[in-house]
Design a protein around this ligand. Structure first.
Ligand SMILES: Nc1nc2c(c(=O)[nH]1)N[C@H]1C(S)=C(S)[C@@H](COP(=O)(O)OP(=O)(O)OC[C@H]3O[C@@H](n4cnc5c(=O)[nH]c(N)nc54)[C@H](O)[C@@H]3O)O[C@H]1N2
Ligand SMILES: Nc1nc2c(c(=O)[nH]1)N[C@H]1C(S)=C(S)[C@@H](COP(=O)(O)OP(=O)(O)OC[C@H]3O[C@@H](n4cnc5c(=O)[nH]c(N)nc54)[C@H](O)[C@@H]3O)O[C@H]1N2
Ligand SMILES: [Mo]
Length: 759
């Protein structure tokens, strides 16, 4: 099986569970697809997410102290095979294909040639990438950066690079004079970082793995666990078997949230007996979660009113929260007709969910992009937090909030200084530790960087991983503007579209992956990362690198730093590269509370916990208490409903990691051989006199004059609420206006884009 698109795509409902033999079969195909030598994948997978092994390059879900014999999942294995691939994208490949030609390739075609092997410079005269020496690359990048205004240069990071590299990278940017440090989290959980900081005083989740053993109910919003954090299915399965109620809100019936067969459980595998995951499944409208949560909070508050107390945790509310009275008044005034209309759910369904909430002693709130990627995304998070606060469901065992992060070190990158917000970096400490004056003004986040590029104010872009041009909104406007930059440098493992849309001077610098041995002067180097539960893990790669010409990300950052910065007696970049434990010592000095004894603790089973004030019921907020914040509207979409204006949800398939398209099998959704589809309710298809299988275009209708359109999508009748449609990311990114983003957090609102269906 090649994983390529086919002329005859198959669309059939998938009846199996998540996991099970389907995932074992898929695993076997992956090895073949990537031409990984058969013995090497099992060996590497056995080391995945183990205390003495390496941390999976896929998602950021927590790694238990006592791992399963095989602590990996189908998609983690795909990510591993993707990195270990036997295929190579060499200078000969670039001799054969011009950049203009490569621009016609799909995302899948670009990455399928395997790992990059040599540093490359774009030659605009021939329109080809050509191999260069590393020294020459660093010298020219250094010269160019020195000639640019630091405030016009962006230093992006995509959420994978280690804590060590990320710390060094953000330090280098600040020493150079730039605080333009956007991160992939600007497109992802920045909504969480802004909202949780404001309401509980900590920007990250409070839940730890042990809480899954003690919760009585889980309220689960907008996260596709079966595809995007499959190892969490183990915790959900155990909780479900204990009788924990799992109440799910998602427009789509995602398979992992319905049923799961644990591939590592021989009895389940032979009997085919799946565990039911969700006890209630509510197909909320895209953007309808504020209304859902308003309904739930209203029920709880009014039930307490009626009973004369005893349902709310009045003592907790009095001692620990602020703003309850105003919030409760808003809930009491909310009308059920509005709640039902905006959520798309009946009062009876919401009452059923609320009853579980009121009965449960300990409740977890879990969520993903379904809450964060909306115009009013921060209010989604405030509302989920409010529901938990009503019964004191935070800061005690089995209770709390759990945003499921994306990239394997995305949370950690923010922890060690990759942030454009000066208040989030310990600037005084850095000034003292390294004897320099860091920039104090706010830098650009992802959306602001794009605005700067469109306005011609940004002249340089350094990308530490990722595929920025493809991941951001408004692709058709951004690509031409991108070429106006003077310098673009991409540090990467595989070729993607961001490497083809180039500034005047463009470099593509290939780096080691996390699974590969990182040999430096003092010996092989380990690195570390932080998971979704704030636990920090060491990771040691042992694989022979894909090419002898690759450098580690740490080395590349250090060489750029040396080329652009004046020597600093307090910072020896070469010594850091020779021995990463020195970087960890430096991190521990900058963040003594969280990283003390970093080198001693990094291989502790289960990782070491860096702490969370809200988990201790210490509220670092403006009022010194946890905040109830009432929403300004019941819809999170930020636009008015109009006839035939659809809410487009941009989705990941089960066969991709963000812009990396492994193949064309969206197994759980029963879509095979194509990504050019639009999922649509059958009543909508009928009402618009369309037909399943018909080809249509999507057209954004957001009230501005820019034309945004994606053609050639085939209609698939699907179980999705009326008025909502689904289509794949990144193919549909040209439809999202850059200004259509979450208030304050500026996360592109990729889960409710106003579009019309045209022919
Ligand atoms: N295999 C694999 N793993 C990954 C990734 C990958 O691409 N592939 N990406 C990684 C990254 S960076 C991230 S951020 C995470 C993303 O993981 P998720 O947070 O799961 O993100 P999405 O796949 O975009 O899916 C969001 C879910 O929200 C639902 N949804 C959409 N709109 C709404 C809404 O308005 N309300 C509610 N309640 N639900 C809604 C969708 O149906 C979908 O099930 O996964 C990480 N892990
Ligand atoms: N419409 C829509 N847009 C979205 C989203 C959505 O749901 N809908 N989701 C958003 C989210 S949550 C995110 S996180 C962003 C993702 O945005 P990014 O993080 O920028 O994109 P990725 O697709 O993860 O990047 C893939 C590339 O990373 C490089 N890479 C892989 N491993 C390594 C490594 O170890 N080191 C280095 N240096 N490079 C490596 C490879 O070259 C690969 O091609 O997209 C966002 N965009
Ligand atoms: Mo993400």
């Amino acid at each position: 099986m090649s994983g390529k698109p086919t002329d005859k795509p198959e669309i059939e409902p998938y009846d199996g569970p998540a996991g099970g033999w389907g995932s074992m079969k898929s695993l076997a195909e992956i090895g073949l697809r990537e031409r990984v030598p058969p013995i090497s994948t099992p060996h590497e997978l056995a080391r995945q997410n183990k205390p003495d092994g390496y941390m999976c390059v896929s998602c950021a879900w927590a790694k238990p102290a006592e791992p399963h014999p095989a602590e990996f999942c189908e998609n983690g294995a795909k990510a591993t095979a993707w990195e270990l691939t036997g295929l190579r994208t060499t200078p000969a490949f670039f001799e054969k294909h011009s950049v203009s030609e490569l621009l016609q390739f799909t995302d899948y075609e670009l990455e399928q040639h395997g790992r990059l092997t040599h540093p490359l410079r774009y030659n605009p005269d021939t329109d080809h990438y050509e191999a260069v020496e590393w020294e020459q690359a660093f010298a020219e990048i250094g010269r160019e950066l020195k000639a640019l205004d630091p405030k016009s240069v962006i230093f992006y990071a995509s959420g994978r690079a280690s804590l060590e590299t990320s710390y060094a990278y953000s330090l280098m940017a600040r020493m150079y004079g730039s605080q333009n440090l956007p991160d992939s989290s600007n497109m992802c959980h920045e909504t969480t970082s802004v909202a949780l900081k404001k309401c509980i005083g900590a920007p990250v989740g409070t839940v730890k793995l042990e809480d899954f053993e003690q919760c009585d109910a889980i309220f689960f919003f907008g996260q596709n666990v079966g595809s995007n954090a499959p190892r969490m299915l183990h915790q959900l399965e155990d909780a479900a078997k204990r009788g924990c109620e799992i109440i799910t809100f998602n427009p789509l019936r995602e398979r992992g949230l319905e049923r799961f067969i644990n591939p590592q459980n021989p009895v389940e595998m032979t009997t085919g007996k799946a565990t039911r995951i969700s006890t209630q499944y509510h197909q909320v409208k895209a953007g309808g979660d504020i209304a859902v949560l308003m309904g739930l909070c209203k029920m709880v508050i009014e039930a307490d009113d009626a009973a004369g107390g005893g349902i709310l945790d009045a003592a907790f509310i009095a001692q620990h929260t602020h703003g309850f009275d105003a919030f409760a008044a808003t809930c009491r005034q909310a009308q059920w007709s509005d709640i039902e209309r905006e959520s798309g759910l009946s009062r009876a369904a919401l009452e059923e969910a609320a009853r579980v909430y009121m009965k449960a002693r300990n409740v977890l709130g879990i969520y993903g992009m379904g809450l964060t990627q909306h115009r009013l995304g921060i209010h989604n998070v405030y509302m989920l937090m409010a529901l938990l606060l009503l019964r004191g469901n935070i800061g005690r065992p089995g209770a709390g909030i759990c945003p499921v992060r994306g990239h394997s070190n995305v949370q950690g990158q923010r922890t060690v200084g990759i942030t454009e917000k000066p208040e989030l970096a310990p600037l005084d400490k850095l000034a003292e530790q390294y004897g320099f004056e860091p920039p104090r003004d706010k830098g650009m986040n992802t959306v602001e960087a794009c605005e700067g590029i469109l306005a011609g104010k940004v002249h340089g872009f350094i990308g530490l991983g990722g595929n920025f041009v493809r991941a951001i909104p408004d692709t058709s406007r951004m690509e031409p503007a991108w070429r106006g930059m003077r310098l673009t440098v991409q540090v990467a493992t595989k070729l993607n579209r961001s490497h083809l849309v180039n500034g005047q001077i463009a470099y593509l610098l290939p780096c080691l992956g996390r699974i590969e041995e990182d040999m430096q002067a003092s010996g092989p180097q380990a690195v570390s990362m932080e998971d979704s539960t704030s636990c920090i893990h060491g990771s040691l790669g042992e694989r022979t690198p894909a090419s002898p010409h690759l450098l580690s990300e740490m080395k590349i950052v250090a060489e750029i730093a040396k080329a652009v910065l004046a020597p600093n007696p307090k910072l020896d970049w070469d010594a850091w590269v020779a021995d990463y434990s020195k970087v960890r010592d430096a991190i521990a000095e900058t963040y003594p509370d969280q990283f003390r004894d970093f080198n001693q603790r990094m291989f502790q089973p289960g990782g070491f916990y860096r702490g969370n004030s809200a988990r201790e019921r210490e509220w670092k907020t403006a009022s010194g208490k946890a905040e109830f914040i009432a929403p300004p509207a019941l819809s999170a979409t930020g636009f008015d409903d109009q006839p035939d204006l659809f809410r487009l949800i941009t989705l990941r398939s089960n066969d991709q990691f963000n812009t990396t398209i492994y193949g064309y099998h969206d197994r759980f959704r029963g879509i095979e051989g194509t990504r050019q589809i639009v999922l649509m309710n059958r009543r909508d298809i009928e009402r618009l006199a369309l037909a399943e299988g018909a080809e249509v275009a999507l057209h954004t209708d957001a009230g501005d004059r820019t034309e945004r359109r994606v053609n050639g999508l085939r209609i698939v009748g699907y179980d999705i609420p009326e008025g909502c449609i689904g289509a794949y990311y990144p193919e549909c990114n040209p439809l999202i206006p850059l200004w259509h983003h979450a208030e304050e957090a500026k996360v592109p609102a990729a889960k409710s884009v106003p579009v019309r269906i045209v022919q």
